[in-house]
Design a protein around this ligand. Structure first.
Ligand SMILES: [Zn+2]
Length: 357
């Protein structure tokens, strides 16, 4: 009996992996490119340049460079000088089931500041990040019915603090693509490194896939403004960013293929340990997992991921149990609690975990 079971399992794994192998080869990765601002919202007007125009030109160039690859599908949130609401930009990406969302902007400052920076959604560590987030987000005041579309008043301090991490699950991937973009732009184009940082951009907050926002440079800086507004600068930035995006996608493809090859090692039947946990919080702060720190939730687990501590509740091997834990966590006030899945301790998507069960 056991023997037959093993055979079936091996056959099953083999069929499954051959299928995923084909999928990894054939599947198209959807990249949504979002040119910041547009139409009635010009963005910043440093040195008389228009952020919306620079962002659009660079974005279209990035798309052109990426579209050459069969395995990449490029989708734009706007291709012309039109106003697109922030939530619609995110909606486009979410509807497409995009693998990656890239928003392109130019920065501004009253000083002579210059340099390129890349942002991922996260806890805002300093005031400067908050100011950028607020400035980029303030566009929603121009939108009609903004109160209906957003549970967010950009002028209230609470909203800035309350901009929570809905994308924790994608943080790692966002950081990886962001660091590719940032280091390539800095190294290859000799831009000043304003590093990969975290900020609460609303447009990033509403997408459900790895997402980054690129600040190409400062239009308000005379020299950099000129560079950003030049064809040469735009081409260089677009091609470099496109290459970095492709590097990230190539890595995704490679990983998928490597994983599947891993499973077909003959005579080895892996009994994978699949676990579900409800992630209730993520913070730079190391908090004791005592229940009084977590609204009475018991047996909270703390896991360190990079600079962050993730807090999980309700560790279980059954998805049904996990759903119950999530429901309870939400009831206790962790409204953004979500279920994370793990295979042998390594994070995988819930979809994958359910397939493996
Ligand atoms: Zn902008």
């Amino acid at each position: 009996m056991k023997y037959f079971f093993k055979i079936y399992l091996v056959l099953g794994l083999f069929c499954f992996t051959s299928l995923t192998y084909v999928n990894a080869q054939d599947r198209q990765y959807v990249v949504v490119l979002d040119a910041g601002h547009g139409g009635k919202d010009p963005g910043n007007l440093g040195n008389g340049y228009k952020e919306k125009n620079v962002a659009l030109k660079v974005t279209l160039q990035i798309g052109k460079a990426l579209a050459k690859y069969k395995y990449i599908k490029v989708v734009y949130t706007r291709k012309k000088d039109v106003f697109v609401e922030l939530h619609d930009r995110a909606k486009i990406a979410n509807k497409q089931g995009a693998d990656l969302f890239i928003s392109v902007h130019c920065d501004s400052h009253s000083s002579n500041a210059y340099g390129a920076g890349t942002f991922v959604l996260g806890l805002s560590g300093n005031r400067q990040n908050l100011e950028i987030a607020k400035r980029e987000n303030s566009v929603i005041l121009l939108e009609e019915d903004y109160q209906k579309n957003y549970d967010y008043d950009p002028d209230s301090p609470e909203s800035m603090i309350g901009l929570s991490l809905l994308q924790e699950e994608n943080l790692d991937k966002s950081l990886s693509v962001a660091s590719f973009i940032q280091s390539d732009v800095v190294k290859n184009l000799h831009r000043k490194d304003r590093r990969v940082r975290q900020a609460n951009f609303l447009v990033l907050r509403q997408t459900v896939m790895p997402s980054v926002l690129v600040e190409l440079g400062f239009l308000t800086n005379k020299k950099e403004g000129r560079y950003l507004n030049s064809k040469k600068g735009q081409n260089a930035l677009a091609n470099t960013i496109a290459k970095a995006i492709r590097k990230y996608i190539d890595r995704l493809r490679l990983n998928t293929i490597e994983n599947t090859e891993d499973v077909v090692i003959p005579n080895v039947v892996k009994t994978d340990k699949i676990e579900f946990k409800t992630q209730i919080a993520s913070s730079r702060r190391k908090i004791s997992t005592k229940s009084y720190n977590f609204k009475g939730l018991k047996n909270v687990q703390r896991v360190r991921v990079g600079k962050y501590y993730k807090y999980y509740y309700g560790i279980s091997r059954s998805y049904k149990e996990a759903l119950k834990s999530q429901k309870l966590a939400k009831k206790k006030g962790y409204t953004t609690a979500f279920i994370a899945a793990f295979k042998n301790g390594e994070k995988i998507s819930v979809k994958e975990a359910l397939k493996l069960l």
